[in-house]
Structures are given as C-alpha cells and as structure tokens.
Design a protein around this ligand. Structure first.
Ligand code: FES
Ligand SMILES: [Fe+2]
Length: 402
C-alpha cells in the first residue's frame, strides 16, 4: 500500500459498520468493500487468518504419484514443496533451505534427494539434512558440533481428501477429518467417489493465472446468476438451491433430467457416445449437481457424470493461480473410446473460464473506484445466498483477530 492509498482508504480491517451491513439478510446486505480485493494489508490478514490458519487445498496427490516426485507450490506467498517420500506418504515442507534460506525446489521433477543449488546442502525425501559439502573447508563436509539432525526441512501439516492435499500451515486448526465432516456428509450419500479416476492423458486438467484477487475467482463460480448473460452454453437452472455449510462451505446444487444434464455438461457428443452417469442418478432418474466451495478456496464440483477439483491459489492480492483436475467414472477416465468426450469436456470448461476472465478483470479494476466513493456491492437473494455466506466467512476470519 502506498502513502496515497493509506491516506485515501484508511484502515484495512473491516469496520464494525461494514460487518454490520454485511450481516444483514441477503436482500439488504452490503458486500465486502472494494479495498478487500487489492489492499496488501487486507491480503496480509487473509494470508495469516484464512490461508495459514485454515485447511487450504494446495495440490493433488496424483501429481506426485511416485517416490521422489516433487512439486513446488506457492499459496498466499507461502512457498511449499509436496514430495512423495520413501514411505509412500505425501509430505509437505517449506521450500526454504536451512542454511541461508534459498528456495530449494523450482520445478516439478523426480529426485533422490533435495539439493540446494546455492551451497549444496542436501536433504532426504523425509526432509532430513543428509549432507553439507565442504562446510568445514575444502572437501571437509563435517564441522565439529554441527548437528545435522537439528536442521531438517520444516514440515507443514497436511491431510488428504479425495485427491486434494490440504495444508494447515500454522498447524493449529482442528483435524482435517473434523473440518471436512459436513462436506463428506453432504456429498458421499449421493456420489460414489470410489469409482472415479484421473485421466492418463492430461485431459480434464486446467491451470492458468487470473489477474484478479482470489475472492473474485471464488465468487465468479459460486453463483449461477451470471450464466446466460456471460456463457453461451449455459442457461439458468430452474431447480437451484444454495448450499450453506456455515464457515466450512458455501455452494449450490441443481437438479435436471438426465437428458438436460447431458446438454448442460457436454457429456454427449455427435457420434452418440456419452459419459456414464453416477449409479445414483440412473436409479433416481434425476441428475444432480452439487458444487461445494470449501473455505477458503477449494472447489469440489460434482456433476452427474464426473467430479472436478479446483484450487484457487493466491499469488499476491491481485493474482490467482487456478488449477483443476477432472475425474471420470470407471472406463470413461481411461479408455480411448472416451478420449474425444474427455477432450471436448476440457475445451468446454476452458471456454467457460475464458468467458469469465473479462468480467472478473473489470470487477477487479473497479474495486479501487468502489472503495474511493464508498460504493457497496449487493446480492441477489435468490442466486447469491452462498456468495453472501462466503463473504461473511471472510469477514469472520479476518475480524476475529486483533
Ligand atoms: S542456502 Fe542452501 S546451501 Fe546455502
Ligand atoms: Fe462463469
């Protein structure tokens, strides 16, 4: 924040009045003020009290399938490494050398050890410091009284649900199982996740940066209101409900006939081939979609024929890295016979995000003007109850701190 910003926009955290207005019923409530979308000091509150304090989805276990696979992850300016350790477990460390603080892993790869490129300190996959070459002179790799066992990489607390690796960076949150209980109770009676698989050919994968605050990406997906106005392929869902799971999730669900669902989710192609439905859809004849935005920024999209997991990883107040993976049912994930359908589905979702990018950028650009003239945003009481709940959760987490 520069001096001008401070003078014009004043305090960072939400004021009591702003919280009061946000807490009104959805049709009357006023949304988060403009500065919360760009102000570095509000972002700082979010880094600590939202991203480090909660359970944040940071990566996919299937991206590190083999022992020695490493992938660097940057989330809210925390630099982390995901590693498949020798035990077969996924581990997460801060991506910082214990010597002088060099960033250790710069790209995805498969390694036997993690070696710092600066002075060559070398760590095992379990994070233990193995070697400090020439630390005590030329070819003298052991210094007296220098205890390697005290200098392991700093481990980050993680857990896994579905394919998502969740991290609790400050190590103080309640257990992941407890946190995700309402999510599992909502989804698992409807969707049999055991029959899903990732694709072997890179279809169903999307990764890109959006030059907007992370909340704009989340808010852009959490309502169906904009669909027919922004997306060529979509219409409004007639049978639509908000999904509210307190501070754990916000989202929405919709129901359609099986035929309508095939159109909506691009799961049938011209040659007549079609993606299989979850068995519960065929039994009931009702195609259900449930999309839960697990706070802060992990989206579990369950459609009648597949599931997508997407993570919105902040990289500063006005940049968000989006990454997602889609998992299809049984053979439809792996067989060549479904390759075209998987590809079309991937293109379809890419196009949807292309269409979202323009409005999101404009909303981001207007945030400063909105703050300057004190213009609050508002909510549709039909479509945006979940969006409202999401914003209330942001407010709760960032203002319950001194
Ligand atoms: S900073 Fe890593 S070995 Fe020196
Ligand atoms: Fe959209």
């Amino acid at each position: 924040m520069n001096a001008h910003d401070t003078a014009v926009f004043g305090a960072t955290a939400l004021s009591e009045r702003e919280i009061e207005k946000l807490s009104l019923p959805t049709s009357l409530a006023e949304g988060l003020p403009g500065r919360t979308y760009y102000d570095p000091s509000f972002y700082e509150l979010e880094r600590k009290h939202v991203f480090a304090a909660g359970w944040t989805g940071i990566g996919f276990a299937s991206d590190v399938p083999n022992v020695g696979d490493v992938v660097p992850v940057s989330v809210a300016d925390y630099e982390l490494i995901l590693v498949r350790a020798k035990s077969g477990e996924v581990k997460c460390y801060h991506n910082i050398c214990r010597h002088r603080g060099m960033k250790l892993v710069k790209g995805k790869g498969n390694v036997k050890t993690i070696r710092c490129s600066y002075h060559c300190w070398t760590y095992g996959l379990e994070g233990n410091l193995l070697a400090t070459p020439s630390i005590a002179g030329v070819n003298e790799s052991q210094a007296e009284g220098f205890d390697l066992s005290q200098l392991s990489l700093v481990e980050v607390r993680i857990g896994q649900y579905l394919d998502v690796i969740f991290a609790n960076i400050d190590g103080k949150a309640k257990s992941l199982d407890e946190f995700l209980k309402p999510v599992r109770e909502r989804l698992e009676p409807i969707y049999d996740f055991t029959i899903l698989k990732p694709t072997p050919d890179g279809t169903g994968r999307g990764s890109r940066d959006f030059a907007v605050n992370w909340k704009i990406v989340v808010e852009g997906g959490i309502e169906d209101y904009h669909l027919p106005f922004v997306h060529k392929a979509f219409d409004h869902s007639k049978d639509y409900s908000s999904e509210i799971g307190g501070s754990v999730y916000s989202g929405f669900s919709s129901r359609r006939s099986l035929v309508d669902a095939q159109k909506r989710y691009a799961t049938k192609v011209a040659d007549g081939n079609e993606l299989p439905f979850f068995p519960s859809m065929v039994e009931t004849g009702i195609a259900q979609t449930v999309i839960l935005f697990v706070f802060p920024a992990t989206i579990i999209t369950c459609t009648p024929n597949y599931m997508s997991l997407s993570l919105q990883l902040p990289r500063g107040p006005e940049l968000t890295h989006y990454t997602s993976k889609t998992y299809f049912i049984g053979d439809s994930a792996t067989s060549d016979a479904f390759a075209k359908l998987r590809e079309e589905n991937t293109i379809y979702w890419k196009q949807v995000l292309d269409e979202d990018d323009g409005p999101w950028r404009q909303v981001q650009a207007m945030a400063r003007n909105r703050e300057e003239i004190g213009l609050p945003s508002r909510f549709s009481p039909h479509w945006e109850v979940a969006l409202h709940n999401f914003q209330k959760t942001v407010a709760e987490k960032t203002s319950s701190v001194s």
